[in-house]
Design a protein around this ligand. Structure first.
Ligand SMILES: NC(=O)c1ccc[n+]([C@@H]2O[C@H](COP(=O)([O-])OP(=O)(O)OC[C@H]3O[C@@H](n4cnc5c(N)ncnc54)[C@H](OP(=O)(O)O)[C@@H]3O)[C@@H](O)[C@H]2O)c1
Length: 332
């Protein structure tokens, strides 16, 4: 049942845990509960979920501290992944730019190690490719961190198939992390899913629950907290949301027939896309974690996969996955 990190990395439970929402993104500050978040990470480890996902920019910085705290005394149980490359200015905390300069990579690695309180990062991703810096230069600096024993494996996030190949020629790339779910099927069209399979790169699917939408839990943008980032995403707005809800309701009926929740169906669908694919659903609550982890035992039949394609065809979703300002940061 387990999957693997890259060609020669550790075994991964088929479903990881995204930790971002414990510190930002969804809901508001009042909803965040460090104790429950840490309990959620501990419950994940108890259930065998070993692949934890954070990034230096989440919080910013708070999420790495939280994950590091949760891992005290349990470090050996986790395959710990973090990312660097997004930079935020103190005065303009919401504006993000990308820095992939080698000197910045080296400093970011040391800073992440310190915040996490660990000696080694298992998987270190470049969060977004810097258009001003050749990928070979950034990955060259990341490879130095591997040679220095600070990092075990390297990954990239939201880059094109061509960029994965260029990076892989400098140093083996073990993981590519991009958005992939029943409502975001770009990796099937842009060649990244196939390129990863060919090169032995694990494809880590982020937002596999469609940022919660595929669970059926988000029925209206008005119910989202003021600071919830989904308010800025075209798919969660106005007519788009109403149209997308009809599609998700149809898939929910299929989940009911199968005897699982819509979120579990969404995760089982991601798992069905290839042995090299690992979804990392995010939650800050133990109950939802348990529900999500149970999806690892669901294998969808060919008939169910065909039915999903008919109910929710690849390009049926209304609205872009990101607003233009964030889409521009994706390397295509
Ligand atoms: N590389 C990148 O650029 C990038 C971008 C985005 C995310 N990520 C990573 O990917 C991880 C996962 O993606 P994501 O968190 O954006 O989206 P997701 O996993 O698709 O959805 C997370 C949302 O779904 C809710 N949820 C989770 N399980 C649920 C369930 N069983 N029933 C109902 N609602 C449920 C969560 O709320 P609660 O927390 O309240 O349960 C949260 O609002 C992140 O945590 C982060 O580590 C990476």
């Amino acid at each position: 049942m387990n999957r693997k990190l890259g060609r020669d990395g550790p075994q991964l439970f088929p479903i990881g845990l995204g930790c971002m929402g414990m510190s930002e993104g969804y809901g508001d500050r009042a909803e965040r509960d460090e104790t429950e978040s840490i309990e959620t990470i501990h419950r994940a480890l108890d259930l065998g979920v070993n692949f934890l996902d954070t990034a230096d920019i989440y919080g910013p910085h708070e999420n790495e501290v939280l994950v590091g705290r949760a891992l005290q005394g349990r470090r050996a149980q986790a395959v710990l992944a973090t990312k660097f490359g997004f930079v935020t200015d103190r005065e303009k905390a919401k504006t993000r730019r990308i820095d992939g300069r080698p000197e910045y990579a080296r400093a970011a690695c040391d800073a992440s190690l310190q915040r996490l309180g660990v000696e080694t990062i298992d998987l270190w991703y470049l969060h977004r490719a810097d258009p001003q810096v050749p990928i070979e230069d950034t990955v060259g600096a990341m490879a130095e961190c591997v040679r220095a024993g600070k990092v075990r494996y390297l990954g990239l996030s939201e880059v094109s198939a061509a960029t994965v190949r260029r990076a892989h020629a400098v140093h083996p790339i073990s993981a590519l992390q991009s958005e992939y779910s029943m409502w975001t099927r770009d990796p099937e069209h842009n060649g990244t899913l196939a390129t990863c399979a060919e090169l032995g790169v694990t494809f880590v699917a982020f937002s596999p629950l469609g940022r919660g939408f595929l669970t059926g839990a988000v029925r209206s943008a008005d119910t989202l907290a003021k600071g919830d980032m989904r308010r800025n995403l075209p798919r969660f707005q106005g007519d788009n949301l109403a149209r997308n809800m009809q599609l998700v309701d149809a898939v929910t009926a299929l989940a009911t027939k199968r005897g699982c929740t819509p979120g579990q169906l969404a995760l089982a669908w991601v798992l069905s896309r290839g042995e090299h694919v690992v979804p990392i659903p995010g939650t800050k609550r133990r109950t939802r974690l348990e529900e999500n982890v149970a999806a690892a035992r669901i294998t969808l039949t060919d008939a169910e996969l065909r039915a999903i394609d008919e109910l929710l065809p690849p390009d049926a979703i209304s609205g872009a996955r990101y607003p233009d300002s964030l889409m521009e940061l994706v390397n295509r």
